[in-house]
Design a protein around this ligand. Structure first.
Ligand code: PMP
Length: 354
């Protein structure tokens, strides 16, 4: 068995894989989930249940719609300004890494992006705190968890401006107050399910105000009216997401998994801070619970630790090329036993150097 610390697509629960593979062979009367129409009552029931689970697990208030879309979080970088930013107007963006930058890049097709704060100077090792969001901004956009750098936003700025958040890599990992957001989006391939699906949670009243014509497939309102079935949805990804969200519910939901995620992160950061061979790369107060980034005090030992980890069954620990070193991604399905195994590995490595 390998310990899967990959950043995404990533570990999902084994029982979800088993249930999903059974449905590939026989979902309904001997027919595979891959060969039935998305218009069958059975599949409509899947979308209904998946929607209900998202609402229940995140305690989504009334007045919000939950959508299952395609195109990844990356399409949302453009869909957000297309649907929310009137021509020539300005939206406020917090620049906390590559993904925030890719979001900023798309704004120019619709209006202007005002970067209200940035941690670029330090290669995004912290979350900027003291900044003001101009009140005439069409919205404020932030990235709650910066997958590449291992920083996470645990508080939101106080603002009257609508808040839009890319939650791709920490959605469903901790309790959030959805009423503080106007639009949340997330590529599914971390804590929700397989790649190919994007979740959007949007406050209905913010839509339809740009005065711009929007192509149907890119219009949130069209997808709301179509119940995420305006066109053929990513049937299998939605099905597996439903299974995975049911798994999360059976574990006690988001509040319960948050405690586990806290315990996993605390244990690993404690070892990084204790072990003289390793050091963390981010500001301590902004350390992500999902992606733990660390380097070696002596960079010459990196290759040797990477090989040691690989030989001992660890997968996906290599840091992103823009940061280097190591990144342990610890999404919901990663058991704490894998984290303890990584800590043991780091301690054994330390002993071996003596
Ligand atoms: N935002 C964040 C925070 C991410 O981690 C990623 C991908 N890992 C993306 C956006 C891009 O997502 P996608 O590949 O689904 O377009």
């Amino acid at each position: 068995m390998r310990h899967n610390f990959g950043a995404g697509p990533c570990i999902l629960p084994q029982e979800v894989f088993k249930q999903a593979s059974r449905a590939v062979l026989d979902f309904k009367d001997g027919l595979s989930i891959l060969e039935i129409s998305h218009r069958t009552p059975e599949f409509e029931g899947v979308v209904e249940e998946a929607t209900k689970l998202v609402k229940e697990l995140l305690n989504v208030p009334s007045g919000y719609s939950v959508l299952f879309l395609q195109g990844g979080a990356s399409l949302q970088f453009a869909m957000v300004p297309m649907n929310l930013l009137p021509e020539g107007k300005t939206a406020a963006y917090l620049e906390t890494g590559v993904w925030a930058n890719k979001a900023i890049k798309e704004v120019k097709f619709f209006g202007n992006a005002n970067i209200v704060a940035s941690s670029k100077e330090s290669n995004y090792t912290f979350i900027p705190k003291d900044y003001t969001i101009p009140e005439d901004s069409a919205y404020f956009h932030c990235t709650s968890n910066n997958t590449i750098y291992g920083t996470e936003m645990f508080t939101l700025p106080v603002t009257k401006v609508p808040v839009v958040c890319d939650m791709s890599s920490d959605i469903m990992s901790r309790v959030i107050d959805v009423s503080k957001y106007d639009l949340i989006y997330a590529g599914a391939q971390k804590n929700i399910g397989p790649a190919g699906l994007t979740i959007v949670i949007v406050k209905d009243e913010i839509l339809g105000k740009t005065g711009r014509g929007i192509p149907s497939m890119l219009d949130y309102k069209v997808h709301i009216e179509g119940g995420s079935m305006y066109n053929t949805p990513p049937v299998f990804s939605i099905y597996v997401a439903m299974l995975n969200l049911n798994w999360l519910k059976s574990k006690g939901g988001v509040a319960e998994i948050e405690q586990e995620n806290k315990a996993k992160a605390e244990a690993l950061y404690k070892e990084i801070d204790r072990n003289p061979f390793f050091k963390g790369t981010c500001a301590v107060e902004d350390r992500s619970r999902m992606n733990v980034c660390f380097v070696m005090e002596n960079p010459e030992l990196e290759k040797s630790f990477a090989k040691f980890a690989d030989d001992n069954g660890f997968e996906g620990l290599k840091g992103h090329r823009s940061v280097g070193g190591f990144r342990a991604s610890m999404y919901n399905a990663l058991p704490i036993t894998s984290v303890h195994a990584l800590i043991d590995l780091m301690q054994t490595f330390e002993e071996k150097q003596k």
